[in-house]
Design a protein around this ligand. Structure first.
Ligand code: UDP
Length: 404
C-alpha cells in the first residue's frame, strides 16, 4: 500500500511536509465522503486515491456509496444533464423518487462524523433528512454555469442547507448562493496504476492482450459514452483527419453504474462507426483495466477530449502527465487544464474542422508533439497532482472545523 512518503520523489519533501503540518489539527477527525458510484467516472477515480491518502495523513476519512434502484439513477442522470443545461421535465414523480431514495439511504447511514462531504447531485438531498450536527460540504464536480432554471431552484432548496460548496473552477461559482464557495481543482494520482510509469514490455503486453493495433498512429478519446463527451463529434473529427493522415480512432470507454445512458450511446456509436469498425480503423476498447488505459494514454499520438460540457476532465490531465499532447474543447474547467498552443490545443466545442486541423498538425509534427507533451507533464506536476488536492482539502477542513 502506498503512503504519502512515496510521493516525495515526485513532488519533493517540502510539499509532503506541508501536508503533514496541515493535517496535525485534523488527526483522528472523522470525515465521510458520499457519492453515487464506486467505479466509473472521475469522482470514483478521485475518491479511490484521495480517501486513502487522507487516512495516511492521519484523518479518519471514510467513503460511502449511495444505494438506489436503477430508475433513481435514470432520474439523477437527467438531473445531471439538466444541471449542465439540458431541458428536463421535472415531474413530481421524479422529485419523489429522488427524495425517497435519499431518505431511505440516510435511514441506514448513520452520520455522526465531524464533517460530511457530499459529491454531486445524486446524494445532495440527504441533508434534508439528516440530523445535522456537523458541517456539510457539497462538492460539485459538474459544470453548473447554465443549469435548467426550474431544476436549479429545486436543487437549491438542498444546497442552501449546506455550510460550503466546492466547485472545480472559478466560473462555476453561483451568484445566487449565499454561502461560501471555494474552488478546488481535481487531481490525478501519479502513483496509481492509471498514471504510474510503465515499461515498454508492459505496454506492449496490454495492448496485445486487448487487441489494440499500433501499426498506425492512434487518436484516442478515453470517456464514458455520454452525450457531453460528444462521441459523434469525435467520429466526425476522425473522418476529416483520416483523409490526410492514415490513423486509427480508439474509443476507450467504460460504464458507470450511476450513468444508465452509457449502453444506449455505445450501441448507437457502434452503428454510426460500422464502416470503420469493419475495416478496423475505429476500435472500441473496454477500459476497465487501469494499466490498459495508462498504456493507451501513453502510446496514442493524440488524446482527444471533445466535450461539450466538462466540470474538469481528469482524462486531459492524465494524458498530459504521460507526455501525450491533447486536443480538447474550450469548455467548463478544461481551459484551466490545457495551456493552449503550449501543452496542447483548445478548440471551440462545435468546431469539428478546427479540431481535426489541430489533430493533423500534431500527427504531422512529432517534434511539436514531443515538446508539448514535455510541457504538459510539468504543467500537471505543478498544478494537478493529488498532493495539491489533498493540501487544498486539509486547508478547507481546518477552516470549516474551526468555524463550525
Ligand atoms: N476511464 C477509465 N476507463 C475508460 C474511460 C474512462 O478508467 O474506459 C477513467 C478516466 O481515465 C478518468 C475517469 O474515468 O480517470 C473519467 O473522469 P473524467 O473527469 O475525465 O470524466 P467523468 O467521467 O468524470 O465525466
Amino acid at each position: 500500500m502506498k503512503s504519502l512518503d512515496d510521493y516525495i520523489p515526485v513532488v519533493g519533501g517540502e510539499v509532503v511536509g506541508k501536508i503533514y503540518q496541515r493535517a496535525h489539527r485534523l488527526v483522528k477527525k472523522h470525515i465521510v465522503h458520499i457519492n453515487s458510484t464506486a467505479h466509473g467516472g472521475g469522482v470514483a477515480e478521485i475518491l479511490n486515491n484521495l480517501v486513502l491518502l487522507m487516512n495516511d495523513a492521519g484523518i479518519d476519512a471514510g467513503w460511502r456509496v449511495l444505494i438506489g434502484p436503477s430508475d433513481f439513477f435514470t432520474i439523477t442522470k437527467k438531473f445531471h444533464n439538466g444541471l449542465q443545461g439540458h431541458n428536463i421535465r421535472l415531474t413530481n414523480n421524479k422529485k419523489d423518487n429522488y427524495l425517497e431514495t435519499n431518505e431511505r439511504f440516510l435511514k441506514f447511514t448513520h452520520l455522526d462524523h465531524d464533517c460530511v462531504i457530499v459529491h454531486d447531485p445524486q446524494p445532495l438531498s440527504l441533508i434534508k433528512f439528516a440530523k445535522k450536527v456537523q458541517p456539510w460540504i457539497w462538492r460539485c464536480h459538474i459544470d453548473i454555469t447554465n443549469p435548467n432554471p426550474e431544476l436549479w431552484e429545486f436543487m437549491k432548496t438542498f444546497i442552501l442547507r449546506y455550510d460550503m460548496v466546492i466547485v472545480s473552477s472559478e466560473n462555476f461559482k453561483k451568484k445566487d448562493l449565499p454561502l461560501e464557495q471555494r474552488v478546488i481543482p481535481p487531481s490525478i494520482d501519479p502513483l496509481s496504476a492509471k498514471n504510474m510509469e510503465l515499461s515498454h514490455t508492459v505496454i506492449k503486453k496490454h495492448l496485445e492482450k486487448f487487441n489494440v493495433p499500433t501499426d498506425k498512429p492512434l487518436i484516442t478519446q478515453v470517456s464514458r459514452f455520454d452525450p457531453w463527451k460528444d462521441p459523434e463529434g469525435v467520429l466526425k473529427v476522425f473522418e476529416i483527419v483520416k483523409e490526410q493522415v492514415d490513423c486509427r480512432l480508439v474509443y476507450c470507454y467504460n460504464m458507470a453504474p450511476d450513468d444508465p445512458e452509457g449502453i444506449t450511446i455505445y450501441n448507437q456509436m457502434r452503428q454510426k462507426a460500422a464502416k470503420y469498425l469493419a475495416s478496423g480503423d475505429v476500435v472500441f476498447v473496454l477500459g476497465d483495466n487501469q494499466i490498459l488505459v495508462n498504456s493507451l494514454q501513453r502510446v496514442s499520438a493524440v488524446i482527444l477530449q471533445k466535450s461539450l460540457r466538462e466540470g474538469f476532465g481528469l482524462t486531459v490531465s492524465e494524458a498530459q502527465w504521460k507526455g501525450t499532447p491533447v486536443v480538447a474543447s474550450k469548455v467548463g474547467g478544461i481551459p484551466k487544464q490545457v495551456l493552449n498552443n503550449v501543452t496542447g490545443f483548445l478548440v471551440k466545442p462545435d468546431d469539428i474542422e478546427g479540431c481535426a486541423d489541430k489533430v493533423i498538425t500534431l500527427l504531422k509534427d512529432p517534434n511539436l508533439s514531443q515538446e508539448m507533451g514535455a510541457k504538459g507533464k510539468e504543467f500537471v506536476r505543478k498544478n494537478f497532482l493529488i498532493t495539491r488536492h489533498l493540501s487544498d482539502y486539509l486547508n478547507l477542513l481546518n477552516d470549516v472545523l474551526n468555524h463550525y
